[in-house]
Design a protein around this ligand. Structure first.
Ligand SMILES: *[C@@H]1O[C@H](CO)[C@@H](O)[C@H](O)[C@H]1NC(C)=O
Ligand SMILES: *[C@@H]1O[C@H](CO)[C@@H](O)[C@H](O)[C@H]1NC(C)=O
Ligand SMILES: *[C@@H]1O[C@H](CO)[C@@H](O)[C@H](O)[C@H]1NC(C)=O
Ligand SMILES: *[C@@H]1O[C@H](CO)[C@@H](O)[C@H](O)[C@H]1NC(C)=O
Ligand SMILES: *[C@@H]1O[C@H](CO)[C@@H](O)[C@H](O)[C@H]1NC(C)=O
Ligand SMILES: *[C@@H]1O[C@H](CO)[C@@H](O)[C@H](O)[C@H]1NC(C)=O
Ligand SMILES: *[C@@H]1O[C@H](CO)[C@@H](O)[C@H](O)[C@H]1NC(C)=O
Ligand SMILES: *[C@@H]1O[C@H](CO)[C@@H](O)[C@H](O)[C@H]1NC(C)=O
Ligand SMILES: *[C@@H]1O[C@H](CO)[C@@H](O)[C@H](O)[C@H]1NC(C)=O
Ligand SMILES: *[C@@H]1O[C@H](CO)[C@@H](O)[C@H](O)[C@H]1NC(C)=O
Ligand SMILES: *[C@@H]1O[C@H](CO)[C@@H](O)[C@H](O)[C@H]1NC(C)=O
Length: 573
């Protein structure tokens, strides 16, 4: 959309806002960010001047449904592709974050919508290709009192890279990747490393690393940005049992801070900011330009997939208990395991089924050895009369972990907890019961991650903002509720409320005293997010925040300091 169109769009919005204010008379308050219709909101002329100052990189932003509408539609393949969605400035991986379900009038905007409102999507933003664009954007937002959001690829399960009435700093085009044989911090050689732009997605980095005979600590979804939200949240990986978390392996950041300075953050320079950037959560500290991570020699891994489909939640419970009894079997091999249960609801009204997929990755191990390592559990499945299928493959780790594109574009909310060794030693029956209850109560999926222990625990001495719960956890457990484009706003609220109020406490009851959660895979409505996402680090994070961002320019839901703002981040409480 060019300024001409933007103008029409504005006039409409301003008219609507004025109309609304005529009826509701909201007080114009300095405690709120400047919004459309406010007298201090930038004029078209000011926007045009700002655009000139950033090489014409100002973009108007609309929800992905509007974007598709404006180009004559998006195909099913495009709409559901995480790679395609990451090219759309206003798109999130999951479309629910673009929506304001409580808007009045209705603003919902999906793939086939013919009428779309602005939703919870920025109004305009900077399509940055160099740090100067970010610096100019921060200055513009600060002086105009705008609500800022930062987005790389839009892969965020808490919707933190989008907000209603906001101004976007888009880092997708920071795509440099540079490998170093040796990387120095403060004159000390830290070994081989790679510097990654904050717009680089994982699928791109895995292939580049493969070409260089290297691997690194990264996740599995293709459009996760390793140098963006992933590392700031901590970042788990199939290689974590060997090498630790992503935050344990980052050596340096180049970041534009909230006052507009481009700084280097590492153990020698801005070490307090470096501490916060490792686990203190995304969207709170500035805009990362690039990050440098340790690299490791590429290795081969055996991948074992076991799949079982059952017809009732009693079988879910039985299989879960067997799995839990065997959770320690793979520790010596430092294997990683994703163990995912999903509810399958048949559209013909048939009974629900539940599918259990256990993906285990054994680094540096042959296929026969990896099968032998799983056999005690599989034997117990057989003894209880369950049929399952298995498949095995050995290949280099970068090819196994990467996917060209993820199937996305739907609606989902997450909540999570760490479960400790103790729970697996003492409470196997309680674990089985929890799964059964969660599915009986309509959970869409229970996603288990045995990517912890090993080096993650051994790294407990690293002084960073990583939640201490990571270091004692055996698994990270995620539950999801999902819905459809056609689900009513009232039903959406019921599902979200159910996740926060009913289902999360079931997960939490097994979390023990170190009740923590991975902030990137948690519930954006987590009532005690300070304790659950940051633990004892919250106080120090708050003081670092006060130092670097005294005006709260970088506020995201559940981020450090967000307790001072409303849920939209638009008005101070
Ligand atoms: C910013 O300027 C560029 C180049 O002049 C133009 O193509 C673009 O449409 C402008 N952005 C907006 C939002 O009008
Ligand atoms: C949704 O829109 C309404 C106005 O229709 C607004 O008052 C509310 O704050 C919005 N909610 C969010 C989460 O942005
Ligand atoms: C959108 O419309 C296309 C055809 O126009 C159809 O194939 C697709 O299923 C629809 N998608 C949704 C989510 O309704
Ligand atoms: C953003 O800028 C890049 C060049 O840096 C350009 O290739 C791309 O088309 C722009 N995207 C949008 C949505 O304007
Ligand atoms: C990308 O690399 C080029 C060449 O080294 C450099 O000039 C440029 O500043 C880098 N861009 C970013 C955003 O880091
Ligand atoms: C990382 O960003 C800094 C700051 O823009 C830049 O000087 C440096 O060249 C970048 N590194 C790489 C390898 O792109
Ligand atoms: C991985 O396996 C391939 C094919 O079996 C082999 O050529 C290669 O040398 C192995 N790489 C390592 C690092 O072991
Ligand atoms: C589930 O039901 C199907 C169809 O009735 C049956 O073939 C299958 O064996 C059942 N599975 C289990 C694990 O009982
Ligand atoms: C994997 O095997 C290679 C070749 O033997 C070795 O260099 C490397 O250290 C091993 N890596 C791990 C994590 O065991
Ligand atoms: C497992 O497979 C065997 C042989 O195919 C079959 O007889 C049996 O009914 C199956 N059991 C279940 C629970 O599906
Ligand atoms: C776990 O087991 C211990 C020891 O049997 C018991 O005291 C505790 O209540 C159990 N925890 C839960 C959440 O059921």
């Amino acid at each position: 959309m060019a300024l001409g169109n933007l103008l029409t769009f504005y006039q409409l919005q301003v008219a609507l806002t004025l109309l609304a204010s005529f009826f509701h008379s909201p007080p114009v308050s300095p405690k709120c960010r400047s919004q459309l219709g406010d007298p201090l909101f930038p004029t078209i002329n000011e926007l045009s001047q700002f655009n000139d100052s950033i090489d014409g990189q100002l973009i108007a932003i609309v929800p992905s449904g509007s974007y598709c509408l404006s180009r004559g539609g998006c195909t099913e393949a495009e709409w559901t592709s995480s790679v395609f969605r990451s090219t759309i400035p206003g798109a999130m991986t999951n479309v629910n974050w673009e929506q304001n379900y409580s808007s009045d009038p209705n603003e919902l905007c999906f793939r086939n919508s013919t009428i779309c409102g602005a939703g919870n999507v920025p109004i305009f933003g900077v399509n940055a290709s160099k740090p100067e664009h970010i610096q100019a954007g921060i200055e513009f937002a600060r002086t105009r009192n705008l609500k800022l959001v930062v987005k790389s690829t839009g892969h965020d399960f808490l919707g933190r890279s989008t907000a209603r009435n906001s101004f976007l700093l888009w880092t997708r085009n920071f795509r440099n990747i540079t490998f170093h044989d040796s990387f120095e911090v403060g004159g000390q050689d830290m070994g081989s490393a790679v510097t990654v732009g904050s717009g680089v997605p994982l699928n791109m980095l895995y292939q580049a690393a493969k070409t260089n005979g290297k691997t690194f600590v990264g996740g599995t979804a293709g459009t996760v940005a390793p140098a963006g939200g992933y590392v700031q949240g901590a970042g788990h990986s199939a290689l974590s049992p060997i090498y630790g978390l992503a935050a344990d392996n980052v050596l340096e950041f180049h970041i534009v801070t909230p006052n507009g300075d481009l700084v280097t953050a590492n153990t020698e320079s801005h070490s307090d900011l470096f501490w916060a950037l490792r686990g203190g959560g995304p969207g709170s500290w500035g805009v990362i330009v690039n990050a440098t991570f340790r690299t490791f020699p590429i290795l081969n891994a055996s991948h074992q997939r076991t799949t079982i489909i059952v017809n009732n939640t009693q079988d879910v419970r039985t299989l879960t208990e067997i799995h839990a009894q065997h959770i320690f079997d793979w520790d010596d091999a430092r294997a990683a395991q994703y163990f995912y249960w999903r509810a399958i609801h048949h559209t013909n009204g048939g009974a629900s089924q539940y599918s259990f997929t256990i993906d285990t990755l054994f680094p540096n191990m042959s296929v026969p050895d990896s099968i032998a390592s799983l056999e005690p559990m599989l034997g117990d499945f057989r003894d209880k009369g369950f049929n399952f299928t298995t498949s095995s493959v050995q290949t280099n780790i970068n090819d196994i972990l990467t996917v060209s594109t993820d199937l996305v574009g739907g609606e989902a909310v997450l909540a999570s907890r760490f479960w400790s060794d103790d729970v697996y030693r003492n409470n196997v029956t309680d674990i089985g019961k929890a799964y059964q209850t969660l599915f009986d109560d309509g959970a869409a999926a229970i996603l288990g991650h045995k990517l912890l222990g090993g080096r993650v625990s051994e790294n407990a001495n690293i002084d960073s903002a990583v939640h201490p719960g990571w270091r004692t956890a055996k698994t990270h457990m995620v539950i999801t509720n999902t819905w459809k484009d056609t689900t009513s706003s009232i039903e959406v609220e019921t599902l979200r409320n159910d996740l926060t109020k009913n289902k999360t406490p079931i997960l939490a009851s097994l979390a023990g005293p170190d009740d923590g959660s991975y902030s990137n895979e948690g519930d954006v409505r987590e009532p005690e997010f300070q304790r659950v996402f940051y633990g004892r680090n919250y106080a120090r994070l708050s003081s670092i925040k006060a130092h670097y961002d005294p005006h709260d320019l970088f506020i995201v839901p559940t981020g450090v300091g967000s307790e001072r703002w409303d849920s939209a981040g638009l008005c101070k409480l």
